[in-house]
Design a protein around this ligand. Structure first.
Ligand code: PHE
Length: 467
């Protein structure tokens, strides 16, 4: 059986399971760990608004493009681009975009697995009550984990990625679909529970104000002075994050959609994924800030330590904190797990098609390579803390490089490919015909997204490299 036949026979069993898997990919550390601290670093509600604009004008339209390319292409990401390009009388070199996406998956999974490992570490320590009995002890636990305990970093990184590989070994129906069908509903329940709980806390109202009452000067002022550089930087962060959080620009949605049955509506599916992902980020933000603002000794701008340090500190003093802590870190781990599956899938599909090997060896090969590269990130704040690239620790550099360079470039190319290279004939078929929804999508991918991405990219990269 040829490779392309093989993937198209391993199809999602329904629209629902596809949505669960794609939402599982979208909802991850980006929503629960990263988005809340980005809001804190970039000025609160004004940033939230900017992020919503990026999602609507760029993120969701490009998500639709990836679903179109995947389903029409029906093969591994590189081949899907190449095959469609040929049909449109364009160069099969477009395959590069699929490859670049898979490269981003490779890089991101290598450090995502380290942070996912931290979430397992915290989950285990929450169960055994050993995150710390007072604020100082909690801070210590975090600092020791990050800066000293390299063995724990390596062990949990390994554990995390092995659990990811075990699921991907099973393929779409027998692996990914089985896991997400159980985990996604559980995650949703936990989130709603957290939100209801947050509403009972004294900090709830402050959290709502912080997240939804914008102060626009926060976007462009640096120490009281207007700065274009800051505006570019903040906008690039919002844009980069809108890609990251929707898993677009990674070929993940191209790979997932290559198993998507023809009768599923792409516009509705993309909108559902976009709304669910955004809702989870906002709910996580409100819940986390309610918890933080309920303790006067804590501040919202702890950066990457927000979830791992500030939150466990807050749990010390709130009712049932020690149980909530277990649930919270379970949520974080599950969210990271379902995202990581989708990060492994494109590299595995590419290995299968390029090396003509089966899923099992392809998964073992890719997991081993990504795990090995991930060791650099696992050691980046401790044993290798002296090693920096462009003045940043390895993990930070890899994260910034994918967010700020690789993703915008791939996103731009996906937009151009679907808007300018693919004819209206093919795209109208995938998007359910010509109409307002189609026109909106087409304007976004032909004009708005390319202009926005290029401008913001130049401004932001400039600022990132100069600062
Ligand atoms: N969207 C995931 C998150 O928000 C990260 C991710 C990116 C997963 C790309 C898969 C592909 O955490």
């Amino acid at each position: 059986m040829s490779y392309s036949k093989k993937i198209s026979t391993d199809q999602w069993s329904s629209r629902l399971t596809f949505i669960l898997a794609a939402t599982g990919s979208a909802v991850g550390l980006g929503n629960i760990w990263k988005f809340p601290y980005m809001v804190g670093e970039n000025g609160g509600a004004a940033f939230v608004l900017l992020y919503l604009v990026c999602i609507a004008l760029v993120g969701i339209p490009i998500l639709k493009s990836e679903l179109i390319i995947g389903r029409r292409g029906g093969q591994s990401p590189g081949e899907s681009f190449a095959g469609l390009a040929r049909k449109e009388d364009s160069s099969p070199k477009w395959a590069v975009v699929g490859w670049a996406g898979a490269l981003s998956c490779f890089i991101v999974l290598s450090f995502y697995s380290v942070i996912g490992g931290w979430s397992i570490f915290y989950f285990v320590n929450a169960v055994t009550h050993s995150i710390g009995a007072d604020q100082e002890a909690v801070t210590n636990t975090f600092n020791t984990l990050i800066a000293k305990d390299w063995q724990a970093n390596v062990i949990y990184h390994t554990l995390f990625i092995v659990l990811v590989a075990v699921v991907v070994l099973g393929g779409i129906r027998k692996g990914i679909e089985r896991l997400v069908s159980v985990v996604m509903p559980a995650m949703l329940l936990i989130l709603i529970g957290l939100l209801v709980y947050a509403a009972t806390l004294p900090g709830f109202y402050d959290a709502l104000t912080y997240m939804f009452n914008p102060d626009f000067t926060a976007l462009a002022y640096n120490n009281g002075e207007f700065s274009w550089g800051r505006l570019g930087q903040v906008t690039l962060s919002a844009l980069g994050h809108s890609f990251f959080t929707l898993s677009v620009g990674f070929s993940v949605m191209v790979a997932y959609a290559s198993h998507l049955p023809k009768n599923v509506s792409i516009p509705n599916t993309a909108l559902t994924i976009g709304i669910l992902d955004t809702a989870v980020a906002l709910i996580a933000g409100v819940a986390i800030y309610s918890i933080v603002f309920s303790d006067a000794s804590l501040t919202p701008n702890a950066g990457p330590g927000l979830v791992f340090m500030t939150i466990p500190q807050a749990f010390l003093n709130i009712p049932a904190g020690q149980y909530l802590e277990i649930i919270f870190f379970l949520l974080l781990w599950l969210a990271a797990w379902t995202s990581a599956l989708s990060l492994l899938e494109p590299p595995v599909e590419i290995a299968m098609s390029v090396l003509k090997i089966k899923r099992v060896p392809a998964t073992i090969l890719m997991t081993t390579l990504i795990w090995a590269v991930g060791l650099l990130s696992a050691l980046s704040y401790n044993e290798l803390s002296e090693v920096t690239i462009a003045d940043e620790a390895i993990l930070d550099f890899l994260s910034n490089f994918t967010d700020k360079v690789l993703l915008p470039i791939t996103g731009l190319l996906v937009a151009i490919f679907s808007g300018w290279v693919m004819g209206m004939n093919s795209t109208t078929k995938e998007l359910g015909g010509y109409g307002p929804v189609y026109i909106y999508w087409r304007i976004c991918v032909r004009i708005i997204a390319p202009i926005a991405i290029s401008m913001i990219f130049v401004a932001g990269v400039n600022e990132w490299l100069v600062s």
